[in-house]
Ligand binder design. Sequence first.
Ligand code: G6P
Ligand code: ZN
Length: 543
Amino acid sequence: MKPKKVATTPIDGQKPGTSGLRKKTRTFMEPHYLENYIQATWNGIGGVEGKTLVLGGDGRHFNDRAAQVVLRMAAAGGAERVIVGRNALLSTPAASHLIRKNKASGGIILSASHNPGGPDGDFGVKYNVANGGPAPENVTRKIFKATQELKKYFILDAQDVDLDTLGETTLGKTVVEVVDPTADYQELMAELFDFDAIKALFAEGFRIRFDAMHAVTGPYAKAILEDTLGAAPGSVVNATPLPDFGEGHPDPNPIWAKELMDVMMGEDAPDFGAASDGDGDRNMIVGRGIYVTPSDSLAAIAANAKHIPSYAKEMRGVARSMPTSRALDRVAEALELDCYETPTGWKFFGNLLDAGAATLCGEESAGTGSDHVREKDGLWAVLFWLNVLAVRKISVADLMADHWKTYGRNYYSRHDYEAVDAEAAQKLVDDLRDRLDSLPGQDFAGLTVETADEFAYDDPVDGSRSEGQGLRITTSQGGRIVLRLSGTGTEGATLRVYLERVETDPERLHDDPQEALASVIAAAEAIAGIKDRTGRDAPDVIT
Ligand code: G6P
Ligand code: ZN
């Protein structure tokens, strides 16, 4: 079988962002669109000849067709082996693990994460490198350059590979190995966590509701939580991955996972609720009657790592993205752990994890993870919580109450102004940046500004510097305001305002976050004039 050479021309706009190339599904389905990008990826990484690759995706519309194209192009490029999840399914953390476990050169993940799927939704292609993490900028730059110079691509003229049956087949000279998408991942989880303790918890009648949001974690959660750990059948809901995620928005937060929130706040709520996103890297944790913010979840995970032997034995440092609340810092200080503050974006944790500087890391945007893979990991966070609850024999609400009593509570909220006029949003940030130096010492809505700067990150491992990573203002009474423009919005600009205030008064640890943050919210408005400049009365989304 000889590869077919197809003449093509560069396609505009194939610039990978932080999470690969994300476009409308219909765009990806246009002639040559996917093929061009895959060939540019091969060209950008120096070809795939003799290499082992991993391939899988979140099951969204076009996932199956795209996987066949990637396989034929990997074969045309002379790849030695492609390890692919059955039916081309792999969660993002499971793909990261397979790359590492098999010492593959890299992998292709077909996903647009938490964005809606279907013919009118989004699709995406991401290349991950040998450490299992998303390609760093020096790689994505080469891929983008290759998209701009592309004149031809190579594809094998062949029938579809049967991806339904486990085992090896060949495509040209390439071995295609179809693997159970959950088996290796489950094995890794069993190494990290005390499955017997969690089994005992479920055996005592502990109830869980895991909402897979019709996305990829359904089969993983069923295999691990129900079939292995003994959670009652039906504990995993919306468990079958659907190409359009049941027309839902598979983003695990109180807004999009409202069904779960309603159950958890209701009369007969189970003990524990959780959800994950389209490709399984994000998570949401809810107890009976209590939503745990991602920032608090990260802090609680760090504080309780001592209860989990695989983490207790080797806790190095911890890391959080800059806008994530400083609840983690309070735990790190108490436990004498190094605490790193990185820019938004999981890729910034990669070096710290590779260098053994950090063991746990997380972001306010519902991402938590550890050095077990190089992606955030939704189900991992759920198992971490379950393991802790099993050991401590305590409810989520009591665990958080105890946490806040010990470390104080960092009230936290994010206010998003979406689809704002891009120029107005940029001007708001630019003008505020110009005024930063004058702010310390000034009073706004009863709070005094203590520090004000623009965050820049010097990577302690490779010495690289990332500038312009968000404006930070700290105030009296433990307040902090962060403003930045989202890097993932698709329409206009999204202004994110992150609000935080530390409370240590034992009588004030259970207030409503918006009320507890009222003074910080008012100060942010007084400092930045958000309503005036965006023309909005209120944020579009409050989390
Ligand atoms: C993606 C990245 C995360 C990041 C998030 C929010 O999910 O994987 O690392 O935190 O986007 O980004 P944004 O720029 O929209 O705030
Ligand atoms: Zn995701």
